[in-house]
Write a protein that binds this ligand. Structure first.
Ligand SMILES: [Zn+2]
Length: 189
């Protein structure tokens, strides 16, 4: 369970940040800092001096890069995209348990890695955990028109295409209406 849980928590952080940037592309530094704090980053690492406007810009760019992976529905292409991130931002894996966190695996360049690199390396590792643990893509971007929200599909059951029950219902109703319209069109010749 250790690996899956670790992967899951980091994946949760990845989804929350990527979703925040998707919803608000120019999300302010302070809001990103708040999100990071909510995911266990230390307040000392999130001050205006340690998590700067430049850091925030790096993180936004990294979130946009991850958005492409989160929207990928083909397993082979997702794995390729993750390998590309490891090649570009990863380093030798190491185990750490800093700041009271449980033991976890890190593959970023440590102190040398900026916030963007850290986000890409840790996010790629989290998704790789999920892909290997579940044997399938366990995340997605909502397929409902006008939504696109990122989500994890780590619960039991089959792969989901929608972020929520309401989006699934909305999409089902829209598909039903479309079919009926098309049906009427055919009927009228
Ligand atoms: Zn949705």
């Amino acid at each position: 369970m250790g690996d899956a849980r670790d992967g899951f928590l980091t994946a949760r952080r990845l989804i929350d940040l990527a979703e925040a940037v998707r919803a608000t592309p120019e999300i302010p530094r302070a809001e990103l800092a708040e999100l990071l704090a909510g995911h266990g980053e230390r307040p000392d690492d999130l001050t205006e001096e340690t998590f700067t406007e430049t850091s925030a810009a790096e993180l936004r760019a990294a979130a946009r890069r991850m958005a492409a992976v989160l929207g990928e529905s083909d397993e082979g292409r997702a794995a390729e995209a993750l390998n590309a991130l490891f090649a570009e931002y990863g380093s030798r894996p190491r185990l750490t348990r800093h700041d009271g966190h449980p033991w976890h695996l890190q593959v970023d360049r440590g102190e040398e890695a900026g916030w963007g690199e850290w986000f890409l390396a840790s996010g790629a590792l989290a998704l790789a955990h999920l892909l290997t643990e579940y044997g399938r893509i366990a995340w997605g971007a909502c397929a409902a028109t006008g939504c696109g929200r990122f989500f994890l599909t780590t619960g039991p059951g089959s792969t989901r295409r929608y972020c929520s029950g309401s989006c699934a219902t909305r999409a089902r109703v829209a598909a039903h209406r479309r079919r009926r319209r098309e049906g009427e069109g055919v009927g009228r010749g």
